[in-house]
Structures are given as C-alpha cells and as structure tokens.
Design a protein around this ligand. Structure first.
Ligand code: BG6
Length: 481
C-alpha cells in the first residue's frame, strides 16, 4: 500500500506562532512536500493572535524546518514550498473574528487552485477549540473541510463531552480528526503488524501466558517552557489520557475483522470499555525536584517558569489497571510516565509466566527472570525477546539473553515523523489512526476519579520517580529502570 497524493488543499493552522507548529507541523508539511506526497495545488495559512507578515512567517518557518526537520532544508524544495506559506493574524473569541480569513482562503484558491478544500488544524491551547469551531461555523467554513483537534481533547469527561457536542453542531463525525501523534509513530503501527501479521505471537498474547504488561513513556526533558499549559494539564492529561491509553488499546485489542478505520476503532473502544475505572489506591503521582541529568544540574518543577511555587501538578504518574475480558482478566497493566526521569525511553514490556515446572531451580541453579517481549517505541526503535540460555562451560549456569530486531539496522532508515503520516492521512481522508469521539470520552471516564490533584510524592530529577511507585508493582520490579 503506497501513500497516495491527496486532493488539492489549503491547510489552516490555528496557533501558527506556537511551539507545536514550529517544531512539528511545519517540518512535517515540508517533508511531505519534499517526498512529493503533497499535491501541487496546495497552500498553508498560519493563523494566530501574534501580528506577523507573510515574510516573517515564512522566515520563521524556514528556521524551524532547518532546526527540527529530520532532513534539513533543501533549497530547491524550499523555493517551491515558501510562496505557499501565508499568514493571517486574528482573534478567536468574538463573533465575526474570522471574516478576514475567508478572504485569504479565497485568494489562495485563486492562486493555487485549491478548489475550496480545507483542513483546519487546531494547534492552540485547548481552551480555544470551542471558539474556533464556532467561528468556522459562522463563516460556513465547515463545508468541504476537515478539522483536526490536538490533544488533550478536553480536560475531563465533562469538557470532552462539551467539545464533542460543539464539534457535532458544526461538523459531521467523518470530518473530525482527533490527533494523538503516538498512533502515527511507525513503531506503534508496527504493533498491529507484529500481532496480526505473525502467526506465532497471537496464541500466547493472553492471560494464560502473560503475567503482566508494562507501558512506559519516560522522558528526560522537563516541561520546556510550557509551564502555563503544563500547570493545567500534568502528566495525567498530557500523556496518560491519550498516548498511554491509546498504546494500551493497540496492545490489548482483539484482531479487527478488516484493516479499516471503523473496525480498528471498534476493537480499541471495546478494550476501553473492558477497563474498570482507575482507583486512587492504584495511582502514584510524583513531582520532580532539582537533580542531575547527563551530568547537568536541572531545576525542580516548582522552580520552572510559569509554575506556582506551591504547585501540586504531577510530572509523574504510575498506575495499575486491568482489562476485564476473556483475553486479559487478572493480568495487571502497569502504566508509567514522567518528565525528568533517568533517561528517555518509550517502551512496552510484556512479561510471560515462569515455566510451569522450574527444573533447573529445583536442581539448585538460579534462574534469573521471566521471558519478556520488549517493544521499543523510541529511541532505538525495535523489538527484543528475552529468554534464558545456558552459559557455556562445564557447570550449569543460566542467564537471560536477547534476540533483537532493530528498526534502523533492518530497514537502513530511521522511522518517519508521526506528524507526517497523520497530516497526510487527514488530507487523504483516512481516519484509521485517529481516536474516535467515544474513545476520547471513555478515556476521560476511566481517569476522572483520579484527576483530582492531591499532593504528589517528590522525586529527584534524573531518577526513576518516587519510591512509592515501586510498591505498586511489587513483588516485581519495573522492567524499565
Ligand atoms: C506531547 C506532550 O503530546 O508528547 C509532551 O504534550 C511530550 O509533553 C510529547 O513531551 C512526547 O512526544 P514524543 O513523540 O517525543 O514521545
């Protein structure tokens, strides 16, 4: 299946002067362009409050692409790309505020032959989403267009329902793309291939063979100047509600009957429905204090810009959940995420039961650990299988060894950026990798009781989080450590 070139489009980015646009969206659009995966009839309009000229927007976009694109800037491609970048400054919250955007869209249609087809990308803080949708409705801009909503989709169940309701007043569900960039990662899509294209793993992918499943999104970075956003989000809203729960659904779902958007989303939804709501006793929240990362001193969370000195926002969460169905009943699912942890690693570890009869242990040989499959989402993308082997020599000693698949070694290329794939899919009308509205609401429902901010446990930057999190998984230890 090769990617098709989508129909002509204007992509309007709300929040165009923000971090996400500069670091992810512009580099992704540029790379799609460079790979000839965008049509000739194409333009981008950046929209935000900051007053900027087209020239200023183009030059800051170039800087951003240069710094953040995985391929750098090719002058010939840039020459072609640059005139397609336009900028409109404006408000979101008052009636009629987007009237001037309509004029600019018409101009782009004339200049680039984009045929009135638009993608509206909401890359603003979530508080602006409802206003944007209302403005688009007022100007009748929802016709023949698609809307992309960045995560977090709302801030709890109530606001997610409200957002879904507002969206549905203006757009049909088929026009709505809720982004969770984790689903656009090659290594997350590869979980589907690993599970459903191989005959050998699926028979053991269940409670009879699996002892536990551990999902980690560990970051060594802090909040990177996003104090204002992070204070109102915390790890639970920033990572657990979306990236971690989506990853879990992909790991735990039943084989879909076909590889189409609705079959896959239906199966993911069944997983969320089979999960009991999280309880406070199974959740450990943490917040980093000053510490050392890679030999450098870093400040504590409360010392970061735009963070209250007595903030109780969590920068770490560890949780234990379950999926109560025939496949998974009784298998603990451990979820853990944090900022300023010892190292950056997003990985999933599926740990298998011990052999039913420990032959070698009975004979006095110490047998190290259970068998594991580790899926490394990033970095060092790949999959490894850990099992026991005899250490060569006259005596009987057993040690764990690994068989490893490494993405880059096997394919001689680093995986593409998630946003490239997702932006392409929006223009191409493929919703497979986008969570549906009911998934977003159910995820909030699972977390609502544990969103309440209680004082978090402290952990020093550069460690694996508060000690208390180890009690959650005891008598085992976290596989990622
Ligand atoms: C974003 C979060 O959704 O994902 C950030 O808002 C986080 O806080 C980022 O750093 C992690 O994404 P990735 O692709 O680097 O794992």
């Amino acid at each position: 299946m090769t990617l098709a070139i989508p129909d002509p489009h204007v992509v309007v980015i709300f929040g165009a002067s923000g971090d996400l646009t500069g670091r992810k969206l512009m580099p992704a659009l540029y790379n799609l362009f460079a790979q000839e995966l965008l049509p000739d009839q194409f333009a981008v309009i950046g929209y935000s409050r900051t007053p900027l000229s087209d020239e200023q927007f183009r030059s800051s976009s170039r800087e951003n692409v240069k710094e953040h694109s995985r391929t750098g800037v090719d002058e010939r491609v840039w020459e072609w790309f640059e005139p397609r970048l336009h900028y409109v400054s404006g408000e979101f919250d008052s009636e009629g505020a987007m009237h001037h955007l309509v004029e600019r869209l018409d101009t782009c249609d004339e200049l680039f032959g984009t045929e009135g087809r638009r993608v509206f990308y909401c890359a603003t803080p979530p508080q602006a989403f409802v206003d944007i949708v209302q403005r688009l409705g007022e100007e009748k801009l929802h016709m023949d267009s698609r809307i992309v909503i960045e995560k977090p989709f709302g801030e709890d169940l109530k606001s997610a329902k409200e957002l879904n309701r507002t969206l549905h007043e203006v757009f049909n569900e088929s026009q709505i793309y809720r982004i969770d960039h984790y689903l656009g990662k090659e290594t997350v899509q590869n979980i589907l291939v690993f599970r459903f294209s191989n005959g050998m793993f699926e028979p053991i992918w269940n409670r009879r063979f699996v002892r536990s499943v551990e999902l980690n999104v560990a970051e060594d970075i802090g909040i990177e100047g996003r104090g204002k956003f992070y204070e109102s989000a915390g790890a639970m809203r920033d990572i657990v509600q979306n990236h971690l729960l989506q990853l879990l659904t992909v790991l735990a779902m039943e084989p879909p009957s076909s590889f189409n958007a609705e079959s896959i989303r239906d199966e993911k939804m069944k997983v969320l429905n089979a999960m009991p709501v999280f309880e406070a006793v199974n959740v450990v929240r943490g917040q980093y204090t000053a510490g050392e990362i890679d030999g450098e001193q870093v400040p504590g969370y409360r010392e970061e810009e735009d963070v209250a000195p007595d903030s109780i926002t969590e920068t770490f969460t560890a949780m234990k959940g379950s999926v109560e169905n025939w496949r998974w009943a009784g298998v603990p699912f451990y979820l853990r995420t944090g900022k300023r942890l010892a190292r950056r690693s997003t990985e999933v570890t599926v740990t298998f039961h011990d052999a039913p009869h420990m032959l070698f242990e009975e004979a006095g040989v110490s047998v190290p650990d259970a068998n594991k499959i580790t899926i490394r989402i990033q970095p060092d993308e790949g999959i490894s299988l850990t099992f026991d082997a005899k250490v060569p020599g006259p005596d009987m000693q057993v040690t764990p060894v690994t068989m490893d698949f490494d993405y880059e070694d096997s394919f001689m290329t680093a995986p593409a950026e998630a946003y490239e794939r997702l932006l392409h899919d929006v223009m191409d009308g493929d919703r497979t990798l986008f969570p549906r509205g009911d998934e977003a609401e159910r995820a909030w429902q699972l977390l609502d009781p544990v969103l309440e901010k209680t004082p978090p446990h402290e952990y020093a930057a550069g460690t694996w989080g508060p000690k208390k999190a180890d009690e959650l998984i005891a008598p085992w230890k976290w596989a990622l450590r």
